[in-house]
Write a protein that binds this ligand. Structure first.
Ligand SMILES: [Zn+2]
Ligand SMILES: [Zn+2]
Length: 129
């Protein structure tokens, strides 16, 4: 079946709207093989498993696993927590991140901080079921 068009490939590389795509690998998205069908479809948070509302979910970038399109998404609180966890190991070796005047200019340190602030503004999803 030759269904794979250039258009589909472009769609698959759509970056998340809300933050720089280069930060995603730092957040440690769970192994795609371990996601539940709801998580793979973007209906549940990939970390906490909470049900997501489309308008408050954070898009972690559509990807492919075993030839199937996967749509990992997260709730705000989980992304905020992951951003904080990613910040510590990064800043150990990052000189700008140790500089009070410049740390916001670091694309990673500043980026993770802004992501965290943004994510904390999102409403919490209902309890995980
Ligand atoms: Zn979550
Ligand atoms: Zn840095």
């Amino acid at each position: 079946m030759a269904h794979r068009t250039a258009q589909l490939a472009a769609l698959a590389e759509r970056p998340p709207a809300s933050f720089p795509a280069e930060l995603i690998p730092l957040l440690g998205v769970p192994d795609l093989a371990t996601l539940t069908p709801d998580q793979a479809a973007g209906r549940a948070c990939v970390w906490g498993g909470a049900r997501l509302q489309l308008d408050t979910a954070i898009d972690l970038g559509e990807t492919r696993h075993d030839g199937v399109r996967v749509f990992p998404q997260s709730c705000g609180p989980c992304v905020a927590e992951r951003a904080l966890l990613a910040l510590a190991p990064h800043s150990i070796d990052c000189e700008p991140c140790h500089d009070r005047e410049r740390w916001q200019d670091c694309p990673i340190g500043g980026g993770l901080h802004r992501l965290r602030v943004e994510a904390l503004r999102l409403p919490r999803p209902g309890d995980a079921r």
